[in-house]
Design a protein around this ligand. Structure first.
Ligand SMILES: [Zn+2]
Ligand SMILES: [Zn+2]
Length: 210
């Protein structure tokens, strides 16, 4: 896990980010921080109509940048586990699948998550955690970890939501789950900032060095 890589950054193509979170400003901020890699992962829906323009803007910003810039999206996991993203984009770009809706039912949630993990177009499961109305037993966490490894998905350590839950990290690592970092920045000052999850990061690093 590399602290100079931020795989979850938003920009001003959504309606709730800071107005100065433009693609050129994000790129400049990443350069000033000497980050090695960032992924633009704007919220996408099947109905999004700004996709070509967004991708063109990322491409032109990344041309002369010292930072490796990955174009991508964050898509919602729907109740049946399908992904709210047009197929030609989910297949061809870096894709984080995340829960943005409460389903209030453990079996519905787990079934949706399983389908998302088994979806070959998904690269990363974003800010994963159980809903507050249910718990996952240790054996369920281990089964989940095995499914993640089998399907070669990455689990993001998310700074905005401080997830996954710390008690999931060690069993995940023991099964061989790979992690990376995502700030989930919606403001310039949040890009590449991981100090508020240093406890989660040290769980991964401690385990790595054993
Ligand atoms: Zn999200
Ligand atoms: Zn996000």
């Amino acid at each position: 896990m590399n602290l100079l890589e931020d795989y979850h950054v938003h920009c001003n193509y959504n309606d709730h980010s800071a107005h100065d979170l433009t693609i050129p400003n994000v790129t400049r901020q990443a350069e000033e921080l000497n980050l090695e890699t960032i992924a633009f992962t704007e919220h996408i829906r099947k109905t999004s109509d700004w996709l070509p323009e967004y991708l063109r803007e990322i491409e032109s910003s990344s041309k002369d940048s010292s930072v490796k810039i990955i174009p991508g999206f964050e898509a919602k996991i729907l109740v049946d586990g399908s992904i709210d993203c047009p197929e030609e984009y989910s297949k061809n770009y870096f894709l984080i699948a995340s829960f943005h809706t409460l389903y209030h039912d453990k079996s519905v949630w787990l079934n949706a998550l399983t389908n998302a993990i088994e979806n070959p177009s998904v690269d990363v499961i974003g800010h994963i955690a159980p809903e507050t109305t249910f718990r996952m037993e240790q054996c369920e966490v281990e089964d989940l970890a095995s499914l993640i490894v089998k399907n070669k998905k990455i689990i993001e350590i998310n700074a905005k939501y401080r997830r996954p839950p710390p008690e999931w990290i060690v069993p995940f690592m023991e099964k061989g789950v790979k992690f990376h970092l995502g700030s989930d920045a919606h403001r310039l000052e949040d890009i590449g900032q991981f100090t508020k999850i240093s406890d989660l990061i040290s769980l991964v690093i401690d385990q790595d060095s054993h």
